[in-house]
Ligand binder design. Structure first.
Ligand code: ATP
Ligand code: MG
Length: 434
């Protein structure tokens, strides 16, 4: 009866009830995770904690991705050592975080994140909630058996035990992975309310590992989407960046649109999707597709380029508005950039250096049609010219219009041409001008 009650209030998920709450232990011989595929530094941390008498496990994306045959982007370690104790074990360690206190162990540029098991939080003064039910702070420590219920999805809650290389699975995550199933631990709506970022995480993981999202996970999104507005803008930036870099940005974009979350992150971009003057949807689809391709080919991706695409049409629309009000062209554009940027960073705090990169691309878009005399030659020498030209090509590809097609073709010919050809191209412009 107690189990039935706990399940009903969302404390116990179905799988735990079915499995009788004890964990399923999957021995090394029955799973494919090999230490060869775990980062050397993560292994060092795990072994060292173990040698000091602490329990140490890998959990989260590292375990999930290894079981799926993917390359994990990082390895999260969890232990029963408290943050202060972790610091005593590692000299190269810093404690970070307020909302969740964590240890970062440094190996040059590589950082291994080490968390302490979280404990039960019912009626606990250490856990601070907001008026909307969001968890603002939570530093109650516990055991593995308690920690597991605090994780988001079953596929993220499989623990790899460094003591015997077995997997510990309380929530049926191993079976869910095999069945390509995303399942929330606990009651979906309550878990989204505690942390609205879980809605975005649901989408990101489903797209990254190519699982479909169940109705159970997507249905509450429409009702709860406004809660995203209560999440700190810096946390949203971190999540947005992970989405862009997931290798599945194109699919993530479709999902954000389908479940009406895109506007929560990019309100002005969402608004420009509703009008027909500019091909906003086409531009974003191309940019996200190209980003995924670059990640696949292990080429670097520039967030500034994506931000440039997200805000370019909102800026064009805003600039037109100022022009209609009688502002001259240059101030109209500058004011449009400043306003759109300010509004955007209130929601998702995109760092200054990324905004600066995007700004350079926008400013060059505005100069690319001024090609007379020495201007084309000077433009090509600008450090951001290549990015700006690539962006122009995307605008043409997205179908912005014939003028942009012609401009793109002109620049393609100019870039490919020798000095004579370039002079001829500029001369032909002057002829048209006359
Ligand atoms: P990736 O690192 O590939 O983005 P991940 O699953 O490792 O994916 P992290 O943000 O690194 O994600 O978190 C590590 C683990 O911590 C998760 O797998 C999950 O178990 C838990 N976790 C992280 N964020 C949350 C959250 N908002 N709510 C509940 N559990 C979380
Ligand atoms: Mg991780």
């Amino acid at each position: 009866m107690i189990r039935a009650f706990l399940k009903k209030v969302g404390i116990l998920p179905n799988s735990a009830v079915q499995s009788g709450r004890g964990p399923r232990i999957i021995p090394r011989s029955e799973h494919g995770i090999s230490r060869k595929n775990i980062s050397e530094n993560a292994l060092k941390v795990l072994y060292r904690l173990n040698q000091h008498g602490y329990e140490a496990f890998l959990v989260g994306g590292g375990v999930r991705d290894l079981l799926l045959g993917l390359h994990p982007k990082d390895f999260d370690v969890v232990t029963n050592a408290k943050p202060e104790e972790i610091r005593r074990v590692f000299r190269n360690c810093r404690l970070i975080g307020r909302r969740f206190r964590l240890a970062h162990v440094y190996f040059g540029h590589d950082i291994i994140e080490v968390a302490t098991f979280r404990g039960k939080t019912d009626d606990c003064a250490e856990v601070v909630h907001s008026a909307q039910g969001m968890i603002l702070r939570d530093n109650v420590y516990g055991t593995l058996a308690e920690d597991v219920w605090r994780r988001d999805f079953t596929i993220n809650a499989i623990y790899y035990n460094i003591a015997d290389f077995s997997l510990v699975d309380y929530v049926g995550g191993f079976a869910d992975l095999k069945a390509k199933r995303m399942k929330m631990i606990g009651e979906v709506e309550q878990r989204y309310r505690e942390d609205p970022v879980r809605m975005l995480r649901a989408i990101r993981f489903a797209c990254k590992v190519n699982f479909s999202l169940s109705k159970e996970l997507t249905e509450p999104m429409t009702k709860l989407k406004d809660l995203i507005g209560h999440v700190s803008s810096s946390r949203l930036f971190e999540e947005v960046l992970k989405m862009f870099h997931s290798g599945a940005a194109r699919a993530v974009y479709d999902h954000l649109i389908d479940y009406d979350l895109f506007g929560q992150l990019f309100p002005a971009s969402y608004q420009s999707l509703q009008q027909t003057t500019y091909p906003m949807d086409a531009l974003l689809k191309i940019v996200f597709h190209n980003t995924d391709m670059r990640i696949q080919q292990q080429k670097p991706v520039t967030p500034a380029f994506i931000v440039a695409a997200l805000l370019w049409y909102p800026i064009c629309i805003r600039a037109q508005h100022f022009l209609d009000e009688g502002l001259p062209l240059f101030p109209a554009r500058m004011q449009a950039i400043e306003e759109v940027v300010q509004e955007q960073i209130r929601r998702v705090s995109i760092p200054k250096r990324i905004i600066q990169g995007a700004r350079e691309i926008w400013l060059l878009q505005m100069r690319l049609n001024k090609r007379y005399g020495k201007r084309a030659h000077l433009l090509m020498a600008e450090p951001r010219f290549r990015a700006a030209f690539d962006f122009l090509e995307l605008r043409a590809q997205a179908g912005e219009g014939r003028e942009i097609d012609a401009l793109t073709q002109w620049w393609q010919a100019y870039i490919a041409g020798d000095a004579t050809k370039r002079r001829a191209l500029v001369k032909a412009l002057s002829a048209v001008r006359r």
